[in-house]
Write a protein that binds this ligand. Structure first.
Ligand code: TXA
Ligand code: MG
Length: 314
């Protein structure tokens, strides 16, 4: 299949409406979208991404009113989060409507919903006129794509169309919060921080890893964000043993930049989050064998950043 590159949301929407799948930019990472009500198109996403069939998608809506097409009801905590953070990098999990095909939610009775803020994503959703199921547009297991070139590297020949935008603003995925019970539970940390959620609903908690029940967010059990190179998290320069075919990314400079094949100093956790995924991919292109990543304080965006670094390092 030939993969068309376009800057026109209208062109991309034509593909969606004829049952094809399209990659598009959001403020977090690029998504790979299909009409959420089209089972056949949803199947194409699993194939293109080589995604395990038990991992559900996030449904993207154009406006708050469209949530009713997907969710049976909007719970009180979701109501508050939606009022504060939509459109933006937050995903709420709600009881699913019967009209949404089971394959979209991998058989779960719940559905994850988000309203992206990115103007190109908004234009695409408007032109489609239907919500789009969209996981990140990478091959399963790879770092999420933050540029259209990253999408092309994974998806060339596997999907019909890539809607081009710039590098995504946030660089990490949305925060996923389960709003189906009284106490909201953060299933995946992300761009909206725990501190921000707590200000709106003070009882919000992080999901425990130890729970005996099956993981509530199926995607979190899979290997993720993994470049070919080994990822090693370091908190001080002394932990960097060998710099042979090595790369470094962090907030401050560790050691001499000339010792590394690739060296990126980001200044702030926010900038680090923005740069990380594209940097991991750059390291693979440069055939790096070890990537040293500076650890950051696990608060604010740092909590999500550390989560991604830990998953990448396994
Ligand atoms: O920023 C983002 O969220 C990006 C952009 C494209 O919107 N999307 C994204 O999708 O990261 P994906 O599929 O890579 O990650 C979705 C996560 C997975 O961990 C999945 O298991 C979880 O959300 N999820 C989806 N539906 C769920 C549900 N009903 N209950 C619990 N977790 C769910
Ligand atoms: Mg993903």
């Amino acid at each position: 299949m030939r993969t068309l590159l376009t800057r026109s949301p209208q062109t991309a929407a034509k593909y969606i409406l004829q049952g094809d799948i399209v990659a598009f930019p959001t403020e977090t990472v690029y998504g790979l979208g299909a009409n959420v009500f089209d089972e056949n198109a949803l199947r194409k996403i699993f194939i293109a991404k080589k995604r395990p069939i038990d991992n559900p998608f996030i449904a993207h809506v154009h406006n708050v009113g469209d949530i009713e097409l997907l969710a049976k009801r909007i719970t009180p905590s979701a109501e508050k989060f939606i009022a504060h953070f939509f459109p933006g990098p937050l995903t709420v999990v709600l009881p699913k409507n019967d009209s949404v095909p089971m394959i979209a939610t991998a058989g779960l009775p719940t559905i994850a919903i988000r309203m992206p803020h990115h103007p190109i994503a908004q234009a695409l959703l408007r032109d489609c006129g239907v919500p789009l199921a969209a996981p990140s547009a990478n091959l399963s297991g790879k770092p999420s794509p933050t540029t259209w070139q990253n999408v092309l590297a994974d998806m060339d020949g596997r999907i019909s169309c890539i809607l081009k935008g710039g590098q995504t603003r946030v660089g990490l995925e949305s925060t996923v919060v389960d709003c189906t019970s009284k106490v909201p539970v953060v299933l995946r940390t992300g761009a909206i921080t725990l501190e921000q959620l707590l200000r709106i609903v003070p009882s919000t908690r992080l999901s425990g890893r130890k729970s005996k029940e099956q993981p509530k967010s199926p995607g979190m059990k899979y290997r993720h964000y993994s470049p070919q190179a080994r990822v090693t998290i370091v908190s001080q320069p002394a932990e960097i043993k060998s710099t042979a075919r090595a790369a470094y990314i962090g907030i401050r400079s560790f050691g001499r930049s000339n010792d590394f094949l690739l060296h990126r100093v980001c200044g702030t956790p926010k900038e680090y989050a923005h740069a990380l995924f594209a940097f991991l991919r750059e390291c693979d292109e440069a055939k790096i064998s070890v990537i040293y990543c500076q650890s950051v304080e696990a608060r604010g965006i740092g909590l999500a950043l550390m989560d991604r670094l830990q998953r990448a390092s396994h």
